[in-house]
Design a protein around this ligand. Sequence first.
Ligand SMILES: [Zn+2]
Ligand SMILES: [Zn+2]
Length: 310
Amino acid sequence: MAVDVATAYVFNFVDESQLGEIEKTLEELAQSLDVRGIIILAHEGYNTTLSGKKENVLKLLTHITQVFGQEELPFIKWSQNDKHPFRRFTTKVRQEIVTTTRPDLNPQNLQMDYRSHLSPKEWHETLVNEKDDIFLVDTRNWYETQIGTFKGAVDPKIDEFTEFPEFIEKQNLPKDKKILMFCTGGIRCEKGILDFKAKGYENVYQLEGGILNYLKEFPNQEFDGECFVFDHRVSVDQNLEPSSQYGLCPHCGQPGDVQIECSRCDGEAIICKDCRSKESESLHETCSKNCAYHWEQRPGIKGPRQKLNY
Ligand SMILES: [Zn+2]
Ligand SMILES: [Zn+2]
């Protein structure tokens, strides 16, 4: 049965003391609507990816948006999947809805010029016409950028977004430089832009709705490769279909596309290039942590086929 997958976020304050109650209500509602996924809740807003029947997902989104004091639904990115990409519904209460360790930077807090958001069309035209004059930067982490990014984008090769401000500082860009930044769904850039503005940059833009929104309108154009997503689909291709190429490497958790047959159990699996090329190669020609462990303890001794979650 096909399910609809929605990603959305809202920056709007609620009282910290309400979060526990909000969490409880959401869990009950998700259960009654058969909606799965994850909702990150914080004092500053929510950030979520949900899957289920479209009308039910909308009901849940409407509820939580109102709880966060907003009348209108935010921008929602929709995609389809043959089955639930999540095993269950979870909520997490955090300090921020996207980790920057800068809870003081809230889009609701500072006066922000909403025109810092470029629609996919505006974004596309800027890339095509002004490529030589702009600083185009990927705000995602290194393991996300390596399977796909915009043509000509600068890759900061960061481990996490908290390193992004420091990377920017080191670039010594002129304050009037036209800067275009992007991420998967737009949320990381909401905070990244505020950081740029706080540092005095005036000509900074983000891609509205992120890469996923761009691919919806411009597949096979300025974006090369696949887009990493934070659920069991691992990544989506140019047509926003779940990846047939990548799986999560059982050894290290980054996206991989190396097909192997497990040395110990002969099961087929996908691992990543890094683990494949590690010195102890035979160790990582295994389908799972379990097989890797037993193969290391008793090399050459076969074991039962492992159940893998692909
Ligand atoms: Zn790996
Ligand atoms: Zn195995």
